[in-house]
Ligand binder design. Structure first.
Ligand code: ZN
Length: 324
């Protein structure tokens, strides 16, 4: 096996901007509404295609069907691939929304999973805010009343965010991303979203976008309360800073910061690397040329690679995502 990189799948949505091209170098056109770049996807709404190495031109699904065991290692091989990795550029507010958990998702469609997600902020203009969870004590009746009277803001936990913040949004948490934020999103492989409110806007056809109040109310965990950026947990590591941002049943996210070569041992499971800052070279033992990585590079390291060495030009900051 070799490291897998994929062609970005760009999505234009009314709330998008131009930072996916301007900041992350994704191949965007002249329009001003580039909202998402799906970096690793195995979904009916987007299927990643390998863009380098011996698997070039194959879909992620084809790689898994052919060599799933080498990709998954100690974890059972499964399709669809369990994680979806995206970059998002919010130039305007995203709708206020909630996602179902696994059990609720299966009730809606047997092929779907729930959607728990985590955001790592890459770039944020001053005063950028997100909505993460409801204020303490808000129940369904009060939420509905405020939705009807256009005062839903009074129910929401609004939080200022800065580059480096990580926010963990479990299924059932009401949320929205505000303008001026560029982030990496790590989530379950799912595209099930229930919209509660769209800030009074009209869609591209001049009509309000569809809301899904009933489904949303069934999915909201009213006991969750307000959610805030995570407190990173420093891991014991001599040659690099290694922080655990999220440890959940769906995925684990660590952040690595290092100035000298770093040997990453894969421990018989796949790892997804996302470069947040800096540039570096990735070396591995499988007879392929080293790969250059820069801000925004995203790659899937199959378990069969065993280990890779990452040599930073100066300081490099990476996310390392894997299954628990
Ligand atoms: Zn979401």
């Amino acid at each position: 096996m070799t490291p897998l990189t994929f062609r970005p799948i760009l999505k234009r949505i009314r709330w998008g901007g131009r930072k996916l091209g301007d900041v992350l170098g994704r191949p965007i056109g002249p329009e001003s509404d580039y909202a998402e770049s799906w970096e690793i996807a195995d979904h009916a709404h987007g299927q990643s295609i390998v863009d380098d190495g011996p698997w070039t031109g194959q879909t992620l699904r084809q790689v898994l069907e052919h060599s799933g065991k080498q990709v998954f290692g100690r974890h059972p091989c499964r399709t669809p691939f369990p994680l979806l990795i995206k970059f998002l550029d919010a130039h305007d507010w995203l709708s206020l929304q909630v996602h179902p958990n696994d059990e609720q998702a299966r009730r809606c469609s047997p092929d779907e999973q729930g959607k728990t997600e985590a955001w790592v902020i890459l770039d944020a203009e001053p005063d950028s805010r997100i909505c993460a969870g409801l204020r303490n004590g808000i129940g369904p009746d009060e939420l509905l009343r405020h939705l009807d009277s256009g005062t839903v803001d009074q129910c929401l936990n609004m939080v200022s965010v800065q580059p480096g913040d990580c926010v963990f949004i479990q299924a059932g948490t009401v949320h929205a991303i505000g303008p001026g934020i560029l982030l990496a999103e790590i989530q379950q492989q799912s595209d099930l979203t229930y919209r509660l409110h769209d800030w009074g806007r009209l869609g591209s056809d001049g009509r309000p976008r569809e809301l899904h109040i009933d489904q949303a109310l069934q999915c909201i965990d009213f006991d969750r309360g307000p959610v805030f950026p995570v407190a990173p947990r420093q891991q014991d590591e001599p040659s690099a800073s290694r922080e655990e941002l999220v440890h959940s049943p769906w995925f684990v996210i660590e952040r690595l910061t290092f100035q000298t070569p770093w040997m990453l041992s894969l421990e018989d499971r796949f790892h997804i690397l996302i470069v947040l800052n800096g540039s570096l070279t990735l070396h591995h033992d499988h007879g392929e040329a080293p790969r250059r990585l820069s801000r925004g590079s995203t790659l899937l390291l199959p378990a069969g690679l065993n280990r890779v060495t990452l040599v930073p030009d100066e300081t490099a900051v990476l996310l390392d995502v894997c299954l628990p």
